[in-house]
Write a protein that binds this ligand. Sequence first.
Ligand code: DGL
Length: 283
Amino acid sequence: MAIGVFDSGVGGLSVHRALVGRFPTADLIYLADQAHAPYGGLPGERIVELTRRGCERLFEAGADLVVLGCNTASAIALRRLQQTWLPGLRQARGRPANVLGIIVPTIEAATGLPWTPEPERLPEKAEALEVLGVFSTPGTTLSRVYEIEIDKRRGDLAVFSEPCPELARLIEDGADRRVLAPIIEGHVEALARRIGRPPDKAVLACTHYEIVADLFHAALPAGVALIHQPGATADSLGRYLAAHPEYDPGSSGERRFLTTGAPGPQHGMVEAFWGAPLRFEAA
Ligand code: DGL
């Protein structure tokens, strides 16, 4: 079998690249739903439907396990799909099938605590309050998933989110880095104004932003640690595979890249990030 990675577009390649590094012999299939990207401003029901269709396509292509390389889909669609769709799908397929998100691993990395559904909350410490800045799509920001789940675990870690409405689309379209840099600086400044100071650490909670992580590094004051969501996701998948031997990640190192949009090469910024030419096939 293979591991599938799904995103609205090229952002999930940041997660995919971390999985290639961590599991070099695994068979990996990437699907970008570029016909419908970006997801960040779509109604929730539409995100659920598109995410389900993307996962279905990856299961048809040979995946048994799909990682949503997308915060927006993980925040808005994942729980619904796990509760209402996957049980029937497993029965119909007669074999294991699962969809994993990237928010749980990110929260584990941000809090330094392993995930438990009913966590014990560490008490507030007003004198040593840490501040986490979360840069994300409007859909993820509105879900408040990072605020809610981190607050259940760490009373001493305050979360401030900054929605970046245009950024994923601009990165998806390959906008010039000179256009992206001032937009990112504007979001970093807006977040610091809202907090009253810069955050202590930050998460690029839209996988597209990882493609220009250096621009975020440059805009944030020195010393603000960026939590690396792709690395956290790869670590978490390693633990999941060790605990679930029914999922075989394959061993031939095969890589396929599918798109619902225009097949062919991706733009230069994405190829530079990937480090090699990249051709997508029609999904
Ligand atoms: N890269 C995705 C995320 O992490 C989706 C961005 C979008 O399609 O708006 O949220």
